[in-house]
Ligand binder design. Structure first.
Ligand SMILES: *Cc1c(COP(=O)(O)O)cnc(C)c1O
Ligand SMILES: [Zn+2]
Length: 426
């Protein structure tokens, strides 16, 4: 694999046949320019982001249902080889889609589901994208598997690299929550804490990718392959609903990649005839302390003004979101919206989901659930329509966010009289 570049290699690419499955090219999202599959992420013509282009064969529900209970059941729709299951990976996906009766009743939504991605191997949706990036890194012959991260990505890269037996180096902002640091460092001895915010870490990663040979930065030079992994969230929601699309989906927004890919997944399922065509409103969720996309949405403008993040929702703290403009397009076109909430509302969102559905989410999920509530209160979400809210992470990684809000109702001596005094008897 060559150093990161916007130019395709002029010589033979050296890739094995079928290395990327049914993917046939990289295609520019802005100008449509096409180039051969390789370690490229920016269009050589216009510097627009590159996306994977496919030639899909006929794919049936039965073929998918006969596959494994992880994202590889959708391998025909991903840039991975047909023998992907032979290579050690973390096998994420096929997480629970839970009917949220209590949360729905509390918010006044008739038909609400939680797609719970906290149960992935490293407890966030990032295992999906990293599994696809690892496959690409392998096929491109990378020596090092790396990433700049807001936390969860570093966890997923470090774990997947350990399982694959490939060296990992992961970069995080030095002020990251301790549990997320430990959750990376247990898998790798090359966790690098950078004094700066995520956007600084990202810039450093781009520099290293340009200097070092054979480094696959999952969300930089193999980003087109990585990003496709998020489509599996959309595929699973449709399959788990009985091969049907929901009416509304609420999705957290950091770089915006996940939201755009869930939308893309729904469109692909329609084109492949796997679900019936119907409109799906897509809603984006941000924390007010890092809400460049929500601000642009509300101002009715197309350009995103980068911000300096200041929020407890650190996994969403990307001040200059690469896919922000596409999030705006999708949310506007589908009749959805982008909304943001305060850090206090994020904490309330965490407790609301925990106490209604028994799911402990991290600050990103608190943001998504809190925004769902706000969308109902402001009349932006139609409570009569079938709605899915995506929980992308796990509360044990951001314990401090709610540690001061919950705790023992009482501390008592070990005898019955003391218990009676608490007033907790029935
Ligand atoms: C990274 C992350 C997101 C947002 O992902 P993008 O694709 O960058 O928008 C959401 N939730 C959690 C828990 C994450 O780690
Ligand atoms: Zn272009």
């Amino acid at each position: 694999m060559s150093a990161v570049t916007t130019e395709p290699a002029t010589t033979d690419t050296g890739l094995r046949a079928g290395a990327f499955g049914n993917a046939v090219a990289l295609s520019c999202r802005e100008c449509g320019h096409r180039l051969d599959l390789g370690p490229f992420y920016a269009c050589p013509e216009c510097f627009g982001p590159l996306e994977i282009a496919y030639e899909f064969p006929t794919v049936t529900r039965e073929e998918i249902e006969a596959g494994p209970a992880n994202i590889w059941r959708y391998k025909a729709l991903l840039p991975v080889p047909a023998d992907i299951e032979q290579s050690p990976n973390t096998e994420p996906g096929f997480t629970r889609l839970l009917k949220a009766h209590n949360l729905g009743a509390t918010l006044g939504i008739d038909n609400l589901w939680v797609k719970d991605d906290s149960t992935n191997p490293t407890n966030s949706f990032k295992d999906r994208v990293v599994a696809c990036a690892l496959s690409a890194a392998r096929e491109l012959g990378a020596k090092v598997f790396a990433c700049p991260s807001t936390g969860n990505l570093a966890n997923a890269v470090a774990a997947a690299g350990a399982r694959a037996g490939i060296k990992t180096v992961v970069f995080i902002p030095s002020n990251l929550e301790k549990p997320k640091q430990v959750n990376s460092a247990v898998y790798t001895d090359s966790l690098v804490a950078v004094d700066g915010n995520y956007d600084d870490v990202n810039k450093l990663a781009q520099e290293i990718a340009a200097e070092e040979d054979g480094w696959a930065f999952v969300n930089v030079n193999v980003r087109p392959y990585y990003a496709e992994g998020s489509k599996t969230l959309g595929y699973e929601i449709a399959e788990q609903l009985g091969w049907r699309l929901p009416d509304q989906v609420v999705i957290p927004v950091a770089s915006g990649s996940q939201l755009t890919k869930v939308h893309k997944a729904f469109q692909e399922l329609i084109k492949l005839g796997l679900v019936e065509d119907k409109p799906v409103k897509i809603f984006g969720a941000q924390a007010t302390g890092c809400s460049p996309v929500s601000v642009a949405y509300k101002a009715g403008v197309d350009a995103i003004r980068p911000v300096k993040p200041d929020t407890i929702a650190k996994s969403l703290a990307i001040g200059n979101p690469a896919d922000g403009i596409y999030v705006l397009d999708i949310c506007r076109e589908t009749g959805g919206a982008v909304e943001d909430i305060t850090d206090d509302e994020v904490r309330e969102g965490i407790l609301l989901l925990a106490r209604t559905e028994g799911i402990f989410t991290e600050t990103a999920g608190g943001t998504t659930v809190g925004v769902l509530k706000k969308l109902v209160e402001t009349g932006q979400l139609d409570t009569s329509l079938e709605t899915v809210v995506i929980n992308t992470g796990m509360g044990l990684k951001t314990l401090d966010a709610v540690a001061d809000k919950v705790g023992p109702a009482a501390t008592i001596a070990p005898n019955y009289d003391a218990f009676v005094e608490t007033g907790l008897t029935s």
